[in-house]
Write a protein that binds this ligand. Structure first.
Ligand SMILES: *Cc1c(COP(=O)(O)O)cnc(C)c1O
Length: 392
């Protein structure tokens, strides 16, 4: 049996929305479906203001523009993340300062953030890995004390919460991704959350190529023009219509995905109890949102062997995030600090197949295969025990 890593969910019976968008004759950006999507997110999660973008990468770039990043400004972010988190600020000339993650959760360590702040620091970017929240009270407290802005890269984190508050709504800006591997998929797409009123107007201008066209369409001004820098960050209304096919069944999607998540979590418990792997740690202030399911194993070799073993059984598991501080592009620019927790997560994390239609039998098969792997390992070598003891 072949179990892929991801299968984008296509709600066939709702694709009528795409025809309706086409027939409306207005399929450029900021059309009816874009507005419907905006309304959904603002009403459902109480976001102050949202803007659909062509990707989460673009939403991050918009945040960098809104933070008025200038060459030489310093931005602190985790090394254990996707390169878009860093690119968005690098494009504006920022100096990226990578912080290590916590030892038991692949999220940025607030204690490390504090140590890295200098007079040049402008922004802290946090990433809620796999939808599990960073300790936002601590992050916001540090930011307020030093007068810094906070961007939440919430690419994984739609419908997840920190002490009851939706992720993406707590920092000054938040960003979601609707890439086909995420909970909601528009093929490519994203969302910017503008969480403070003072940024709303400029956000809309940057979104519309530096013009005040959005205000013009609302009839607030009688002609529009070029008033600031910006780009074309708004997606076609076709993209919004496609996303909308999933928004109308948002609860069903989420119920399904959370069920997959909890199935893995329960079925993997015995292996964790034997000390063979670790399941995700859920902090008491966080929730899960059925984004991805990851495990960590004890050594890099075990991880790579397990990946190969699963592949031989037709199961596609993946590793995640080569740390950005040691990537070919960045390693010469990094200040040389070692980031041991990021390195360890990077070499020991394994993401299991995850999609809406992943049924219980297949989940059981994945877990059984992981079990088989460890059985062959312990049967096959005492070499392994030595290695465990030899490591830290
Ligand atoms: C997926 C992802 C992004 C980029 O999302 P796109 O919509 O593909 O641009 C950014 N940050 C993180 C943490 C991601 O996982």
């Amino acid at each position: 049996m072949y179990i892929p890593f991801n299968k984008p969910f296509i709600p066939w019976f709702r694709l009528g929305h795409l025809f309706r968008a086409t027939l409306s004759g207005r399929i450029a950006g900021n059309g009816d479906y874009t507005k419907k999507c905006h309304r959904f997110f603002e009403e459902r999660f109480g976001f102050n203001k949202v803007l659909m973008t062509t990707s989460c990468s673009d939403a991050l770039e918009m945040s960098a523009l809104l933070c008025r990043i200038e060459p030489g400004d310093e931005v602190i972010m985790p090394s254990f993340t996707f390169m878009s988190t860093a690119n968005a600020f690098l494009i504006r000339g920022a100096r990226i300062v990578f912080a290590d993650t916590l030892p038991d959760l692949p999220n940025i360590d607030p204690f490390e953030i504090e140590k890295l702040i200098t007079p040049k620091t402008r922004v802290i970017v946090v990433v809620h890995y796999s939808g599990l929240a960073c300790d936002m009270d601590r992050v916001m407290e540090i930011a307020t004390r030093h007068g810094l802005l906070v961007v939440e890269d919430a690419a994984h984190a739609i419908d997840s919460f920190y002490r009851g508050r939706p992720l993406g709504s707590i920092g000054h800006f938040g960003t979601f991704s609707f890439h086909e591997t995420k909970n909601l998929n528009a093929g490519e797409g994203g969302l910017l959350m503008v969480n403070r009123e003072e940024f709303e107007k400029r956000a809309e201008i940057i979104w519309e190529k530096g013009t005040n066209r959005a205000a013009f369409y609302r009839g607030e001004i009688d002609k529009y023009g070029w008033v600031d820098i910006g780009s074309s960050y708004l997606p076609s209304d076709m993209v919004a219509a496609f996303l909308y096919t999933q928004l109308v069944r948002f609860d069903k999607i989420q119920t399904r995905r959370k069920k997959v998540w909890w199935s893995y979590f329960q079925l993997l418990k015995p292996l964790e109890e034997k000390g063979l792997l670790m399941r995700p740690l859920i902090p008491d202030f966080a929730t899960i949102n059925g984004n991805i399911f990851y495990i960590t194993v004890n050594t890099a070799e075990t991880r790579d062997e397990l990946l190969t073993f699963l592949k031989s059984k037709g199961i596609t598991a993946l590793f995640h995030y080569l740390p950005l501080h040691s990537s070919p592009y960045f390693r010469d620019k990094h200040d040389g600090r070692s980031l041991p927790n990021s390195d360890r997560f990077s070499s020991t994390i394994l993401r299991l197949p995850f999609y809406n239609s992943l049924g219980k039998n297949r989940i059981k098969l994945v877990v059984r295969s992981i079990n088989d792997f460890f059985l062959t390992q312990t049967a096959g070598s005492s070499r392994l025990t030595t290695r465990f003891q030899g490591g830290n």
